[in-house]
Design a binder for this molecule. Structure first.
Ligand SMILES: Nc1c(NC[C@H](O)[C@H](O)[C@H](O)CO)[nH]c(=O)[nH]c1=O
Ligand SMILES: CC(=O)[C@@H](O)COP(=O)(O)O
Length: 139
């Protein structure tokens, strides 16, 4: 049984609740243990995963959050830099599934967060478990 940490950027409560539900269901459905750590926004997710990874308490990580385009360049910063930080950790060998949604509007986010629709939280959790399995197999 693996210990999996879900790191969620709680920027939109109703959307995050769905993403976390989907991720937890996927992790627990596969027989693993899930915990949730909440950070303010997507830009904090890579740093939180880096700190948690250093502690050695978790085997894999699921990054969750929602970035919805606004009026300014801030969308690009939050969307691109959170993904860049997560990818840097991935290249360092940390098992992570990235479920940070980057959407044009709330309707796109709902369709992707809802476990009964596109279930991107569950998909990110499955990706994290697949990377953990790969790490175990490649040693
Ligand atoms: N606009 C969104 C943000 N912005 C906040 C940043 O992620 C960060 O918390 C702040 O700049 C302080 O460092 N975060 C999201 O998760 N989603 C957004 O749509
Ligand atoms: C991530 C965003 O684009 C958004 O939350 C920020 O909105 P704005 O660009 O209108 O300040």
């Amino acid at each position: 049984m693996a210990n999996v940490l879900i790191v969620e950027a709680r920027f939109y409560d109703h959307l995050n609740d769905m993403l976390v539900a989907g991720a937890k269901a996927a992790i627990e459905g596969a027989g693993h243990h899930a915990e949730v750590l909440t950070v303010p926004g997507a830009l904090e997710v890579p740093g939180a995963i880096a700190l948690a990874s250093e502690s050695g308490r978790w085997d894999a990580f699921v990054a969750l959050g929602v970035v919805i385009r606004g009026e300014t360049y801030h969308f690009e910063i939050v969307a691109n830099e959170s993904a860049r930080g997560i990818m840097a950790l991935t290249m360092d060998g940390v098992a992570i599934g990235n479920g940070i949604l980057t959407t044009e509007d709330e309707a796109q986010a709902i369709a992707r967060a809802d476990p009964a629709q596109l279930d991107k939280g569950g998909g990110a959790a499955k990706a994290a478990l697949a990377m953990l399995d790969l790490k175990d197999r490649l040693g």
